[in-house]
Design a protein around this ligand. Structure first.
Ligand SMILES: C[S@@+](CC[C@H](N)C(=O)[O-])C[C@H]1O[C@@H](n2cnc3c(N)ncnc32)[C@H](O)[C@@H]1O
Length: 364
C-alpha cells in the first residue's frame, strides 16, 4: 500500500540546531506569516509546504537571512521505498523524476540523510556510504560530474520510513554545501581548541576573506584556538584575555598576549587589520566593545564575533529580540555580512562583519 504523500506540491526541509526550533519557528512566522506551519520530522528538521515553489522561497530566505536557519533543501518528489528495489532503486527513480536536474557536465552532489529513532527522539543523519555507492548510477542518469566538494547543484534526499523526499537546487540556495549544514573539519596536529572550527566555519559560510598578512586582534582569545587559526592564515595576533594562553602560542614570536580585559586596552590600541571576538560576555557589552573597536579597522576590514545567548530564563521571543537589537546596533559601525547559528556554535550566534556601511539583508 502506498502511503499518503506528505506534501501536496513542493516543499522544503529546514534544518536548525535542535535547541533553536522555537527560535526558527518565530523567525518563520515573523517573516512569512502565511506560510503553512512547519512539520517537525526530527530534532532540528522541519518540512514546510511551499505554495510558491522552492526557488521563490530560497530567494526570500536570502533576502531575510533568518539567523536560526542553518540549511535549506527542496522537496519536489516523493518516492516510495519498496523492499524489492530498496533505497538505491528509489533514489534512481527519484532522480529520473526530477525536472531541470542540471545541465549535463555540471558538478552535482547527491546528499542523502535519514531520520533515525534514537534514545526516544528522532534525529537526521547523513548516509555517506549510500551516497558513495549511488554515485555511479547518479552519473549515468544525470550525465553530470558527481562530486561532494564544491558542487554547483545539489540533489537532496531524505529517507523517512519507507519514503524518500527528494529535490534539486543550486548549491547557494541550500545555505551550505554540507548536508544539513553540518560542516565537518578534520582535527589537526597542534589544534588548541574545538572553538577553532567555529572560526573556520564562519570564514567559510560567510565567504570572509582575511588579508594574507597584517595584525589581528583576538578578543577573548584564551586558550587560543582562534589565535592559532589566524596565525595559520599568515597574520600576527594581539591576543587579549585575562586567562592563560596555550604555551605553544606564547612561544610564537608573532603573538602578543595582553593579559587583561579588552575594555581596558582599547584606548591605547593601535590599528589592526582584522578583529575577532569570542568573549564569554553579555552580548550587549560585547557589541558595545565591537562598536568602539571598529575605528581600529581599515574601511571594510573584516571582523567575526559570537553573540553568547543566555541559557534558560529567557523566552524565545525575548532572545530573538535581543539578537536583532545587537545586529541593529552593530550596523552603526559595520556592515553585517551574515549572522547565523552555525553548526559549530553552541549557545551562540556567529556574526560576520566588515567595518563601515550597513548590512544588506532585510532581517528586522
Ligand atoms: C569561549 S572562550 C574563547 C575561546 C577562544 N576563541 C579559543 O578559540 O580558544 C571565552 C574567553 O573570553 C574571555 N573573556 C571574557 N570577557 C572578557 C573581556 N572582557 N575581555 C577579554 N576577554 C574576556 C574569557 O576569559 C575566556 O577565555
Amino acid at each position: 500500500m502506498t502511503a499518503e504523500p506528505l506534501l501536496a506540491g513542493t516543499g522544503a526541509l529546514l534544518t536548525c540546531a535542535p535547541e533553536a526550533q522555537g527560535l526558527l519557528r518565530l523567525e518563520l512566522a515573523d517573516a512569512w506569516p502565511s506560510l503553512p506551519a512547519p512539520r517537525w520530522l526530527a530534532d532540528g528538521l522541519a518540512l514546510v509546504s511551499l505554495p510558491d515553489g522552492f526557488e521563490a522561497f530560497a530567494a526570500e530566505v536570502k533576502r531575510v537571512a533568518p539567523v536560526f536557519l542553518r540549511h535549506l533543501a527542496p522537496v519536489q518528489v516523493e518516492q516510495p521505498v519498496t523492499a524489492s528495489r530498496g533505497v538505491m532503486g528509489a533514489l534512481k527513480r527519484g532522480l529520473e523524476a526530477l525536472e531541470e536536474l542540471a545541465p549535463a557536465d555540471a558538478v552535482l552532489a547527491v546528499q542523502v540523510r535519514q531520520v533515525l529513532e534514537r534514545g526516544g527522539s528522532a534525529c537526521a543523519e547523513r548516509m555517506t556510504a549510500l551516497e558513495r555507492g549511488f554515485a555511479p548510477t547518479a552519473a549515468e542518469v544525470t550525465q553530470c560530474r558527481i562530486e561532494t566538494a564544491h558542487p554547483e547543484r545539489i540533489v537532496s534526499a531524505l529517507l523517512l520510513g519507507d519514503r524518500l523526499l527528494m529535490g534539486v537546487s543550486d548549491a547557494a540556495e541550500n545555505l551550505s554545501t554540507w548536508p544539513g549544514g553540518e560542516r565537518r573539519y578534520l582535527q589537526v596536529d597542534g589544534q588548541i581548541s574545538r572553538a577553532e572550527f567555529k572560526l573556520l566555519e564562519a570564514l567559510d559560510v560567510f565567504g570572509m576573506v582575511l588579508p594574507a598578512s597584517g595584525v589581528a586582534m583576538d578578543m577573548g582569545a584564551a586558550p587560543g584556538g582562534w589565535s592559532r587559526v589566524l596565525l595559520e592564515k599568515g597574520l600576527s595576533v594581539v591576543a587579549v584575555d585575562p586567562a592563560k594562553l596555550d604555551p605553544a602560542l606564547l612561544r610564537d614570536g608573532r603573538v602578543t598576549h595582553l593579559r587583561s580585559r579588552v575594555e581596558e586596552r582599547l584606548a591605547d590600541a593601535g590599528p589592526v587589520d582584522v578583529i575577532v571576538n569570542d568573549m564569554r560576555l553579555d552580548p550587549r557589552e560585547s557589541v558595545s566593545i565591537m562598536l568602539r573597536a571598529a575605528q581600529l579597522l581599515p574601511p571594510a576590514g573584516p571582523a567575526v564575533m559570537t553573540l553568547k545567548l543566555p541559557e534558560g530564563g529567557v523566552t524565545d521571543r525575548a532572545l530573538l529580540g535581543s539578537v536583532r537589537a545587537c545586529l541593529r546596533q552593530l550596523e552603526g559601525a559595520y556592515c553585517v555580512v551574515g549572522a547565523r547559528r552555525l553548526f559549530h556554535n553552541r549557545s551562540e550566534v556567529t556574526v560576520a562583519l566588515t567595518a563601515g556601511g550597513k548590512r544588506t539583508t532585510a532581517r528586522e
